[in-house]
Write a protein that binds this ligand. Structure first.
Ligand code: A3P
Ligand code: MG
Ligand code: MG
Length: 357
């Protein structure tokens, strides 16, 4: 794990008077020493059941059952007769994390989903998809919650039947490789229900930013002597390219697992017909070497760090109804706008009331 000291040299890109209202996303500006990123510590977890109900425990955690290196997993099996798909029109925002926070009361600078941070990490390399992140300062803490862009909503609503089926394949791979408990085996005859999930809650620090975030974890090592979470967790992926996935896919895999300290990714390589024919384990610590000349983890982490500093500087009004909406489009600076008691407000009343009580 690279964990060098933060570079003291140079001004951060948003202090440049030429872009005082924006944050540059140009890669060259972020090629400094790797910032301090403390070993992430799991401070809790929660589960979401088949009806997306919240439980303050690990009931949905599954156990990795190592498959044959050359299996024959048909990912199309069960589509659509054994498939219950989560309703993507329901926007949960930070609600599950907020619910967890109410029973644990940690104090941090930032609260968000791991997936939002993954998007920040890959921003300097993103040429296709923009993002919108809503930020609210409440009692000193900055909450970051994604807002779906128009482009992403259109893409979601116009998904081809082929694309919709391929989204199922990743979950089907999980079903072939995960068991419900230590002593059971995977059940490929069961239903794939994407409402279900196990989420880890981790605390860490990126430079001077204290972070609390949650991310979905696919499964854990079933050996009871395996190291404590998050080191025992395993991320599962599927990929079309045999032996090593495409560069941009690898950077996303790296970012997603590096953030919560998940040490390995198990990749199922499939053919065009959705049959997994090879399985390979990738240590997250070795991923950046596979792609060294293409993308740099230090650029990802320094950009994220500078974005969080930009947010701290910008989102100064402490009010649960105020949203600072940060916007990114590929090859552009990050810009923001301010919205009071608007459609963008995302901290629910039950949370604000309970914290204020
Ligand atoms: P793959 O990982 O094999 O692509 P995750 O890997 O994060 O645990 O997500 C599990 C699966 O959800 C993915 O499997 C993929 O099938 C589906 N999925 C997640 N995010 C997606 C997205 N933005 N578009 C399409 N499919 C997605
Ligand atoms: Mg997952
Ligand atoms: Mg996965």
């Amino acid at each position: 794990r690279p964990n060098h000291h933060q570079s003291q040299s140079g001004s951060t890109p948003w202090q440049n008077p030429l872009c005082s209202r924006g944050l540059s996303t140009r890669r060259e500006l972020y090629e400094r020493d790797f910032p301090v990123y403390k070993q992430p510590v799991e401070v809790g977890c929660f589960s979401l059941d088949s009806e997306r109900r919240f439980f303050n425990d690990s009931r949905q955690l599954r156990y990795y059952a190592e498959p044959d290196r050359n299996p024959h997993f048909d990912l199309k099996d069960g589509y659509k007769d054994r498939y219950v798909k989560r309703d993507e029109n329901l926007k949960e925002k930070l609600d599950h994390i907020l619910r967890w926070i109410l029973s644990h009361c940690p104090y941090v600078d930032f609260v968000t989903w791991r997936g939002h941070l993954t998007k920040l990490l890959t921003t300097p390399y993103e040429a296709r998809e923009g993002w919108l992140l809503a930020v609210t300062r409440f009692r000193g803490t900055l909450y970051i919650s994604e807002v779906e862009t128009e482009a992403s909503r259109r893409e979601r609503e116009n998904r081809t039947e082929r694309h919709a089926e391929m989204m199922y394949w990743g979950y089907k791979f999980e079903q072939y490789t995960c068991a419900d408990n230590v002593h059971s085996l995977p059940d490929p005859g069961g239903v794939v229900n994407t409402n279900e999930g196990f989420c880890t809650v981790v605390q860490t620090r990126l430079s001077d930013h204290r972070l609390l975030f949650s991310g979905e974890v696919d499964c854990r090592d079933k050996d009871p002597k395996a190291p404590a979470p998050p080191a025992c967790y395993v991320e599962l992926k599927t990929s079309l390219e045999i032996t090593t996935p495409k560069q941009f896919k690898l950077i996303k895999w790296w970012a997603q697992s590096f953030l919560p300290g998940v040490p390995r990714v198990v990749a199922g390589f499939r053919d065009h017909d959705g049959v997994v024919v090879a399985v390979e384990t990738f240590p997250v610590s070795k991923m950046s070497q596979l792609i060294k000349n293409c993308w740099k983890p230090t650029v990802c982490m320094n950009f994220c760090c500078d974005f969080l500093s930009f947010v701290k500087q910008t989102a100064t009004e402490d009010d649960p109804g105020v949203v600072y909406l940060f916007s990114f489009e590929p090859h552009r600076d990050v810009t923001y706008s301010i919205h009071r008691d608007s459609q963008y407000s995302f901290l629910p009343h039950w949370y604000v009331d309970e914290i204020t009580r």
